[in-house]
Design a protein around this ligand. Structure first.
Ligand code: ADP
Ligand code: ZN
Ligand code: MG
Length: 491
């Protein structure tokens, strides 16, 4: 933890500057430059061959699917895709990099100049620039603990060597840890929609390095940045940035200087540790990869990929808000996952009122699943059942109270909505005389509210509908009840 909490004056004096480097593993069947399976969780050192092990004489062949995925991702984040990009060798020694170099892209990456929009604290959207997306291969894994002889040895699993990655580098455009969190959330959502990566942080298929500096507010030049590594959840990125921003302010306030370095996030202690002073690009001695020709993509190819892009989350949200009259919050929940949004829309289009389907899905089913800690796939009620319930509600054949009771039974017994509805067939009072009698009672008991209604407060009708529905034990036909309440109050 920090030595002391910083005063609000100090916090207000400095402005944080944040830029993120995100690595995602591409979901190709095989590796970037060889035919080995690109698969997480295989027995150690089983998905390897002379190419990804870097044995002498083995030559890389570029995986076309990796290029497709990189191009799709680039276009989805509004980058310009180059017609000619170059692979480069990034040279460094590490035990999990048997080749002694990583095939990457340096000065001519596949894509540049993109952006994504993220929501900010005041609810407006802010555009975050994306410097570049480049293709590269992953290294293997050094395993330092958890094995029988871990106390004595470091073990190597080279299965990950040669896995295709896209590295997405943002401009230093973010100003708060929350903006960084939103950027990551949006970026992941977009990549998932495109189907180019599973973005699973636990399995390492999405990794983030966070660069951060602070500067006195009003100063145009950036301060010296620090790169925070090993942050394996978006929540930790936010925490690591919060910690690091305060640490830097504290150093500067005490008259010190920030050294450019890489720091490691320690989640247990909630702080960062100095790891090494940051190497410069020239330390890697990048040079063009002699074993791979330039990657040439035609205009037609690039435009073809653009045409393949799915409707992206932000556009989909806007359309669904307009088309189904959803709230922004509901639209966000429904579109968080593409498959879920697809299932919702396919169902909603068959319903009398799609908005009701959204309501039933989110409040009745979503609420219960959340309370039980279950996933959508574990719901006893299918989308078809949700549509049936929403239609019954829309037609006034059941009241919302009855709907709740039916869903209670579905979840108690693990039964489908149709089954429960057929068995319970909730009683409904559709006899106008009986409903009118109840309305008369409620009107007699609430003279003040009647007065208010007649003085012009038409929304009071809802109060009477609610009271009568209660008196009928939720069994009054809602459509008829509405009609009769208005008639009685007007009369
Ligand atoms: P390096 O050469 O050290 O890798 P880059 O210029 O390639 O640095 O930037 C790497 C990342 O750091 C980018 O995401 C960029 O936006 C971010 N960045 C660059 N300068 C700063 C800074 N002064 N403060 C915060 N982030 C920065
Ligand atoms: Zn291989
Ligand atoms: Mg860099």
């Amino acid at each position: 933890m920090l030595a002391a909490a910083l005063s609000p004056q100090v916090l207000a004096k400095y402005e944080p500057v944040i830029g993120l480097e995100v690595h995602v593993q591409l979901l190709t069947a095989t590796k970037a430059f060889c035919g080995c399976a690109n698969h997480f969780g295989s027995a150690p050192n089983t998905n390897v061959c002379p190419v990804c092990l870097g044995l002498p004489g083995a030559l890389p062949v570029l995986n076309a699917q990796a290029v497709e995925f990189a191009a799709l991702a680039s276009l989805a984040i509004n980058c310009q895709v180059r017609e000619r990009s170059i692979f480069a060798r990034k040279n460094y020694f590490y035990p999990d990099l048997p080749k002694g170099y990583q095939i990457s892209q340096f000065d001519k990456p596949i894509a540049e100049h993109g952006w994504i929009d993220v929501p900010t604290a005041d609810g407006s959207m802010k555009r975050i620039g994306i410097t570049r997306l480049h293709m590269e291969e992953d290294a293997g894994k050094s395993i330092h603990d958890g094995l029988i002889d871990s106390a004595k040895y470091t073990s190597l699993d080279l299965n990950r060597c040669g896995t295709p990655l896209a590295e997405i580098v943002s401009e230093p455009d973010m100003r708060t840890p929350d903006e960084a969190f939103e950027y990551l959330t949006r970026l992941k959502e977009i990549l998932l929609y495109c189907g180019v990566s599973d973005c699973n942080m636990e399995e390492g298929s999405l990794r983030c390095d966070a660069n951060v500096s602070v500067r006195p507010r009003g100063q145009t030049e950036f301060g010296t940045k620090v790169e925070v590594k090993n942050v394996n959840s978006f929540r930790f990125v936010r925490l690591a940035l919060e910690y690091e921003i305060e640490r830097q302010m504290e150093v500067i306030e005490a008259g010190g200087r920030i050294t450019q370095e890489s720091r490691l996030w320690n989640a247990n202690e909630g702080r960062t540790y100095s790891m090494r002073s940051k190497e410069q690009a020239h330390d890697y001695r990048y040079f063009p990869e002699p074993d791979l020709p330039p990657l040439v993509l035609t205009r037609e190819y690039i435009e073809g990929k653009r045409a393949e892009l799915p409707e992206l989350p932000e556009a989909r949200r806007a359309r669904m808000i307009a088309e189904y009259e959803l709230s922004a919050q509901d639209a966000a929940t429904l579109t968080a996952e593409r498959a879920f949004a697809d299932r919702f829309e396919a169902a909603a289009r068959t319903a009398r009122n799609p908005r009701r389907v959204a309501n039933v899905l989110l409040s009745e089913v979503g609420g219960r699943l959340k309370a039980l800690g279950l996933e959508q796939e574990q719901s006893p009620v299918s989308m078809a059942g949700i549509v049936q319930a929403a239609d019954l509600l829309e037609e006034g054949k059941i009241s919302s109270k009855q709907l709740k009771q039916l869903f209670d039974v579905c979840f108690e017994k693990g039964e489908e909505f149709a089954t429960v509805y057929e068995r319970e067939k909730p009683e409904q009072i559709s006899d106008a005389g009986a409903i009118e009698a109840l309305i008369d009672e409620v009107i007699a008991a609430n003279p003040k509210q009647v007065e208010q209604y007649r003085a012009g407060k038409k929304t009071m009708a809802g109060f009477f509908v609610g009271q009568v529905m209660k008196a009928s034990k939720g069994q009054a036909n809602p459509a008829l009840l509405n009609e009769l309440v208005t008639k009685k109050l007007e009369g």
